[in-house]
Ligand binder design. Structure first.
Ligand SMILES: *[C@@H]1O[C@H](CO)[C@@H](O)[C@H](O)[C@H]1NC(C)=O
Ligand SMILES: *[C@@H]1O[C@H](CO)[C@@H](O)[C@H](O)[C@H]1NC(C)=O
Ligand SMILES: *[C@@H]1O[C@H](CO)[C@@H](O)[C@H](O)[C@H]1NC(C)=O
Ligand SMILES: *[C@@H]1O[C@H](CO)[C@@H](O)[C@H](O)[C@H]1NC(C)=O
Length: 311
């Protein structure tokens, strides 16, 4: 059924004929406000509800996404293009899209996010989980004024870049769990804080991060969740983190920490509400020192039962 050479999600309304019609091959599921789904088959007459729908799920394979003409969907909030076999997205594909709450491109075969695809697009939540993304252009997300959350879980990224999210003034959450990141590079969060009091959540769980550049947290201010659990951290650079204003939850479960530095205990612990240290090979004297310090700073620390029992 699927056109393997299909190059488009070109929803062109039939202006030439004066008829409302999607002239190309996109099968969709659209939803009524009540949540009731309806199938729409390509090239069929447009039912009234489709024009005013809030949610569309593309229900067809599209190896390459070309320009999406969604300019007529005034109420669209959610566009789901999951599991559609997408290999590539051409620049300007989403140019016509009106401000959208959620765009999901999960479970496709994307290997690269190029510049020019998302720049200036008004989307709040972007989900790219379970693709094969190993390359993100330095400017791929620049100038996305309403972007709040990007999910890149289950991809193949080896590098994080502090250049990402330039002029994305509302960015609050980035999740990039289950990738192959090895390092937090210099000024890794330089584009995240324009307003002092914004709280940012970053999830780097299940990567291979072993190195944190001394300048990685330069310019960083308040973290909600800072998750570096199940990485290869043997030490945490207390100087690097010392410059932050606050961390609600620093998660270091499943790393390789034997202890935390004096610098960490004196200048990071007192700005951390909750510190998770389960499944680390902590030495007993370190465990005891930490407990003592944490009492003074009113930091809650989560240890493994084993750690508590052994010391
Ligand atoms: C958009 O996605 C977020 C999760 O990223 C979810 O909490 C929210 O309910 C979704 N909103 C809509 C309108 O689908
Ligand atoms: C992103 O998509 C994945 C796969 O479809 C889903 O499991 C996950 O809940 C989504 N995340 C958010 C924040 O919407
Ligand atoms: C930031 O993005 C906004 C909205 O897209 C744009 O108007 C503005 O010129 C951009 N600022 C910079 C410094 O590029
Ligand atoms: C934490 O301790 C450091 C070093 O003693 C001090 O400079 C800083 O002001 C303290 N921060 C908070 C939030 O108490």
């Amino acid at each position: 059924m699927y056109r393997t050479k299909a190059y488009l999600l070109l929803l062109v309304w039939g202006c030439a004929t004066g008829v409302w019609g999607i002239t190309n091959n996109a099968d969709l599921i659209w939803y009524e406000d009540s949540g009731e789904p309806h199938d729409y088959l390509a090239r069929q007459p447009i039912p009234e509800g489709l024009i005013t729908t809030r949610k569309i799920v593309v229900n067809q394979k599209f190896p390459i996404l070309w320009q999406v003409r969604f300019a007529f969907f005034d109420n669209l909030e959610t566009l789901v293009i999951d599991d559609c076999g997408v290999n590539d997205i051409k620049p300007n594909t989403f140019r016509d899209l009106k401000p959208l709450t959620n765009l999901s491109l999960s479970r496709n075969n994307l290997r690269e996010l190029k510049e020019g695809v998302f720049n200036h697009v008004q989307i709040k939540n972007l989900n790219f989980s379970s693709n094969k993304i190993s390359v993100i252009a330095a400017r791929a997300f620049d100038n996305m004024p309403v972007l709040e959350r990007v999910v890149l879980d289950f991809n193949e990224l080896r590098q994080w870049s502090g250049e990402w999210f330039f002029n994305c003034t509302n960015i609050k959450t980035v999740s990039i769990t289950h990738n192959f990141l090895e390092e937090l590079p210099l000024k890794a969060f330089r584009n995240f804080w324009n307003e002092e009091d914004k709280e940012v959540d970053v999830y780097f769980s299940y990567n291979k991060i072993g190195r944190v550049d001394p300048t990685a947290f330069e310019g960083a201010k308040n973290f909600g969740d800072l998750f570096l659990d199940w990485n290869d951290m043997e030490r945490i650079n207390g100087h690097a983190l010392g410059k932050l204003s606050s961390i609600r939850h620093l998660n270091l479960n499943g790393d390789s920490l034997q202890c935390l530095s004096e610098e960490f205990m004196s200048s990071v612990l007192n700005k951390t509400e909750l510190l998770s240290l389960r499944e680390n090979p902590l030495k007993c004297e370190c465990f005891q020192e930490l407990q003592m310090r944490a009492e003074k700073t009113h930091t809650e620390i989560e240890f493994s039962q084993q750690q508590t029992a052994d010391c």
